[in-house]
Design a protein around this ligand. Structure first.
Ligand code: ATP
Ligand code: MG
Length: 172
């Protein structure tokens, strides 16, 4: 059967954690999963730590550069980001995976590192039965059109807005 493209977007919390849940579910059913995170934060996240225990079931990669998109050396940032994108393209086209997860991919388009057309082409040309999961705020119209399922996480309330900082086990 044809694979599906799932897109989790919006400004509310829950996009990356939804993708992680999807990865767990798929791996539990014996699907071979590749999980790629495009933004490298300053903390080692809970998912990075636990994925080491699941390494036979889920291939997990953290790619791309620092948390900020206002890096001092923009050329270097673009180079690194494009390298990360090509890495994802290779994983997708390898045919090795039943599901590939591209966490925070939307930012690559948003910040002009990757053209929307390139992403749409990557989606279209993937192995036919492969599922893709894409996350990130501000998904572009072309991405939304290319997806089979789009869920918008909408913030109703977030403790951050009353000054509560990111917490271990909740945000990272
Ligand atoms: P999570 O990783 O918890 O599922 P997310 O992937 O939906 O969240 P991102 O947009 O990737 O969230 O944001 C990255 C960080 O910002 C995460 O630590 C997340 O918990 C936090 N965050 C998400 N939504 C909000 C919000 N509305 N206000 C403040 N911080 C947020
Ligand atoms: Mg996220």
């Amino acid at each position: 059967m044809k694979g599906l493209v799932l897109l989790f977007t919006g400004n509310g919390k829950g996009k990356t954690t939804a993708a992680l849940g999807q990865a767990l579910r798929a791996a539990g059913q014996g699907l071979k999963v590749c999980f790629i995170q495009f933004i490298k934060g300053s903390w080692q996240t809970g998912e990075q730590k636990i994925m080491a225990l699941l390494k036979d079931r889920i291939d997990f990669f953290v790619k791309g550069s620092g948390f900020t998109w206002q890096a001092e050396d923009r050329d270097e940032l673009i180079r690194e980001t494009r390298k990360a994108f090509h890495f994802a393209e290779d994983k997708i086209s390898s045919g090795e995976y039943d599901m590939v997860i591209l966490d925070e991919l939307t930012y690559l388009v948003k910040y002009g590192m990757v053209e929307e057309d390139e992403v749409v082409e990557m989606i279209r040309s993937r192995p036919e039965t492969q599922h893709l999961v894409i996350t990130g705020r501000d998904a572009s119209d072309g991405l939304i059109a290319a997806a089979d399922l789009v869920t918008e996480m909408r913030e109703i309330k977030h403790p951050f807005s009353r000054g509560v900082k990111a917490r271990k086990g909740i945000e990272f």
